[in-house]
Structure formats: C-alpha cells, structure tokens
Design a protein around this ligand. Structure first.
Ligand SMILES: *Cc1c(COP(=O)(O)O)cnc(C)c1O
Length: 393
C-alpha cells in the first residue's frame, strides 16, 4: 500500500522535534550537530532569536496579502538585495526551482523583445542541479531526474563540466544565455575556478549572451562572500537565489540587471505567495545579519578552521577519504567509501551531513557555527569514519 506521504524520498529514521542553533534534538532526546542545515537552508541555525522575533512579530500583524497590493516587507528586502548586489531589481519566489523558472522565462523574454525570438537555447553544465520543475530538470538534464518525464522542456544544451572547447562549440545563433552554479552543490561541491567564471563572463560579453548564475545553494554568504560570484570579481545578468535567504522560511528570489529584466513588464509573471509579508520579514532579518562585513569575516574564519580540521580528518583516515573541496562553509569530503555509509555512520555518532554526487559527503553547517561546535562535529566524524572502516572489515 502506498504510504500516505508520497514515497519520493528514502528517509532516514530520524524524527527531529526541536532545533537550537547548530543542534537538532531527536524525539528520543539524542542531540545531533547539524552540518546539513536543511541543505544550506538554516543559514543562521535553528530558532535564531532575531528570526523568531521577525516571524512572530509579523505573524501578529499580517500573514499574507496578494501581490495586487504594495507589500512593504517585500519592498524592504528588495532594496536590501539591490543595495548589496549587482542587481537593479528582484522578483520573489518560494523556492529555488521557481527561481529557475523565472530565470529561464526572463532570458527568453529578453531576446524576444530584442527582436531575436530564435535565441531560446540556454547552455547548462553536466552535473548541475537547478530544481525539480519541468524547466529545472530539463536544464540539468541528467537521466536520473528526467527519465520517465518526457517530453522535456526544449531549449537546453548540456555541456561537459570544465570543457572549454565543447562550450565554444555549443554556441550557435539559437543560444541566448549560459546558466551555471558558481559552486555545484548536488553535483558534489565542485567550485568553478575564478578564472573560468571570469572567462564565462567575457564569453557572454563577446557573444552578447546573458549570464545566469544559480546561487540557490552557494549564495547568501555560504562561501564567505554574500554571493559566490563576488570572489571572481564578475557579475551575472540574472541570478537565482533561495535556500539560505529565508533562513528556514520558504523564500526564493531572482535578481537581475535592469537590462536583463527589461522584458518582464506588468502581467508577464506572477506568484500568489512569492514575497509575502511573513517570508520577507524573515528574509530582511536574515539579510541584516549575513550581509555585514563582520559576519562575513567570521564565516571566513570559521571556514578556515573547519577546513583545517577536515584536512586532519582526511589525513587520519586515508582509506575513507580522498580529500576536501569547496569554498567557505560549503565543503565536501570526497570519499573512498559510499558517501551514504559515511552519512549513516554520522547519524550513529550524532552528526548530520548530506550526501552528494561524485562520491562526496557535503558539509553545509549554519554560518554562525561556533569553533567548539566545529571541533566537536569533526570529532564525531572521526568516530564515524572509524565505524565505516570497521564495518567494511
Ligand atoms: C536546491 C537547489 C535548487 C532547487 O531549489 P528548491 O528550493 O528545492 O526548488 C536549485 N538550484 C540549486 C543549485 C540548488 O541547490
């Protein structure tokens, strides 16, 4: 008999009932250090007082109004994002995949209005992840996500990761945009080298293409800059955001330059919930904390500390781990064992991690994790690695 919850996930038998900062508490009382943060969502950990306050204060006043009316909290959050980024304008969504939908529509509308309705193709990359909507799975293109869901949304061409020649060869007159994650998340924490992002920007400028960045996972201070592309010193035309921006409240956004957004006039797009007062009140509280130089400095210091600890962990377990990769507090342990075995052993040792493709275990802790929590979490990973090796015999 089919379970009452549609069984599209194979779930771990863990029932968390409470969260406090970096800690998750199981129904049976066990305490787990959360290095998954709901897959980079709980950017400030669980039950952060400023976010609880923002949410509950707004909840007393007004939960929802339609986008048919002005929404001051939405205006305030858009102003903050515009002030802190390359963008001139923002549309709010409820998820990363909805941000993908709009990014694709925006790029196509841009070329349509420019008198190039043929420029519908968007180049994307192998191993990428852009969400589970029809556009999202077609954009990523992997068989794992698309099999059985044909016909797929047309207009995407997939290029191998880090293959300069294949990228150039793929550009023809139908191409209007390039879409890429500055750091692949689901694909196994694969950072795009700064030089490559610079090269993509230059290529887009040369060929007159739009550069769309998917910062759903790597954005919102995860890499130690507010947005990951800032490390390379270049800016996109359109950017997808979600996950961390709501700190646990469902919120996403598409940020764009005035030029790239020029086709999106009244009536061309909409969302019932997108940018509602509750979500944006929380989003404002998140932005006020994560965008300050002091906060980013701390993220970078903690990232350096975690990375150093993980290098030690890898050195101590050469049969379990191959190495550490990633940026900031978006790190991956490349494994020589099945990553799910490592994740499961972590559960037994009271530490939460997330598997990814390419044999990687992902570490995406709250950005305000303490040094003591990092030390304790790595201790627990150390025990977990021992257990994995023991189980292998
Ligand atoms: C999670 C993710 C998405 C999809 O976001 P949802 O909120 O799950 O729809 C898109 N792109 C990237 C890079 C992601 O990590």
């Amino acid at each position: 008999m089919i379970p009452s919850v549609l069984p599209t996930y194979s779930r771990a038998p863990l029932h968390f009932v409470k969260g406090e900062g970096t800690w998750l508490i199981e129904a049976d009382g066990r305490r787990f250090l959360d290095l998954g943060a709901g897959i980079a969502v709980n950017a400030l950990g669980h039950a952060h007082p400023a976010l609880v306050q923002a949410l509950t204060e707004q909840a007393q006043k007004l939960w929802h109004v339609s986008n048919l009316y002005e929404i001051p909290q939405q205006q305030a959050l858009a102003d903050k994002l515009v002030a802190a980024s390359f963008a001139d304008t923002v549309f709010f969504t409820n998820s990363g995949t909805e941000s993908c939908e709009l990014a694709v529509k925006m790029a196509r509308k841009y070329w349509y209005e420019k008198g190039h309705p043929e420029k519908t193709t968007i180049l994307t990359f192998e191993g990428s992840f852009h969400g589970r909507s029809s556009a999202g799975i077609a954009a990523a293109g992997s068989e794992k996500m698309t099999k059985g869901f044909a016909p797929l949304l047309p207009g995407f061409k997939h290029v191998p990761w880090a293959d300069h020649d294949a990228l150039h060869a793929a550009i023809d007159d139908s191409v209007g945009a390039i879409l890429i994650e500055p750091v692949q998340g689901e694909g196994g924490i694969r950072p795009l080298p700064d030089q490559c992002l610079k090269g993509l920007r230059a290529l887009c400028d040369e060929k007159g293409l739009l550069l769309i960045l998917d910062e759903v996972q790597c954005g919102v201070s995860r890499t130690g800059r507010l947005f990951a592309h800032e490390w390379a010193g270049v800016t996109p035309d359109i950017m997808m955001v979600a996950k961390g921006i709501g700190g646990g409240f469902p919120l996403g956004a598409v940020l764009a330059t005035e030029e790239a957004a020029s086709g999106m006039t009244a009536g061309t797009h909409g969302s019932t919930y997108g940018g509602n007062p509750l979500a944006c009140a929380v989003g404002c509280a998140v932005m006020d904390i994560v965008s300050t130089p002091e906060f980013l400095e701390t993220v970078n210091a903690r990232a350096g500390f975690l990375r150093q600890k993980l290098e030690g962990l890898v050195a101590a377990h050469p049969d379990v781990f191959e190495g550490v990769r990633g940026m900031g507090l978006m790190l991956g342990l490349k494994c020589k064992v099945a990553p799910v075995d490592m994740v499961k052993a972590g559960y037994e040792c009271g530490v939460i991690t997330v598997p990814a493709a390419d044999n990687v275990v992902r570490l995406l802790p709250p950005l305000n994790i303490s040094k003591d929590e990092i030390s304790e979490a790595v201790n627990r990973l150390d025990f977990a690695a021992d257990a994995v090796l023991e189980a292998k015999g």
